[in-house]
Write a protein that binds this ligand. Structure first.
Ligand SMILES: [Zn+2]
Length: 272
């Protein structure tokens, strides 16, 4: 099956190619990930954060991509769904975030020249994977990803590390960068180093460029590939119906579909 810009995000390609977001979904809760993949259930989450991220992304992809995004989402983006009435307050923020990056020389010189939305595929430890690169500079040997979030300096508790950590670690971006690097390598036979441009939703927005050159960053990237190697056979078994999906018990899907089957001792309640 050929991956295209049209079918990349469709669920039927996700059955054939694993992606970082789907893998992370399965690590969080197998039952939820499978229900989503089978299109049996959808989260009732607020789409604003996703739309805001895509608003910023599409602007830097091309004018054509941004106009198409505005047209396809005009109901959500504009007051009364009418572009003539002006953009909603949530997305005025998007324009500020765009400006923060657009006015920065480093961003212009490093991110903008790259080829945008490049689809890459490859084989990781025996299974097919796909990825989509925000901006790829093959001849200079690097690739970039834009990340939007509330606050670039927010601390996130990590159960695995037993300490607070930053958004790159908390959101699995070490894994994303490691997988993309490997898929670029397999697709084009070029070793590229990753960069992330972060932009926050604060007023005014913060923005920053991140590299992954330190021994610790390299370690976390290598370790995340190990995590894939150790867990993906099981995930594919769940996807193929050979193994029952495990329920995390606390996510939106698990709460929605929960049935009491036994008492939990008061002293055994799990806390996070
Ligand atoms: Zn769950």
């Amino acid at each position: 099956m050929e991956l295209t810009q049209e079918n990349y995000y469709q669920h039927d390609t996700s059955w054939k190619y694993m992606s970082v977001s789907l893998f992370k979904d399965f690590l969080n809760c197998e039952a939820q990930a499978l229900a989503k993949l089978k299109e049996e259930w959808q989260p009732v989450s607020d789409p604003t954060a996703l739309l805001l991220g895509n608003y910023v992304h599409s602007y830097f992809e091309s004018k054509e991509a941004h106009d198409k995004f505005l047209e396809q989402n005009k109901k959500s983006l504009f007051k009364y769904g009418n572009p003539e009435k002006g953009i909603k307050k949530d997305f005025v923020k998007g324009d500020e975030m765009i400006k923060a990056l657009d006015d920065d020389e480093a961003f212009k010189n490093i991110y903008m020249p790259g080829e945008k939305e490049v689809i890459v595929t490859g084989n990781l430890f025996g299974h097919k994977w796909k990825g989509k690169i925000d901006s790829l500079m093959l001849d200079k040997g690097y690739f970039c990803d834009i990340k939007t979030n509330q606050d670039l300096h927010k601390k996130h508790w990590s159960e695995d590390l037993n300490r607070y950590t930053n958004f790159i670690s908390a959101y699995g971006y070490y894994m994303q960068m490691a997988v993309y690097r490997e898929l670029i390598n397999q697709t084009f036979n070029v070793d590229c180093q990753p960069f992330i441009f972060g932009v926050s939703k604060q007023t005014p927005p913060d923005h920053e460029a991140y590299s992954f050159n330190s021994p610790d960053a390299q370690f976390f990237m290598t370790e995340s590939l190990e995590e894939i190697k150790e867990n993906q056979d099981h995930i594919f078994e769940v996807m193929n119906g050979e193994t029952e999906p495990k329920r995390c018990g606390v996510c939106e899907y698990c709460r929605r579909t929960k049935k009491i089957t036994a008492f939990i001792d008061a002293n055994d309640i799990e806390i996070y």
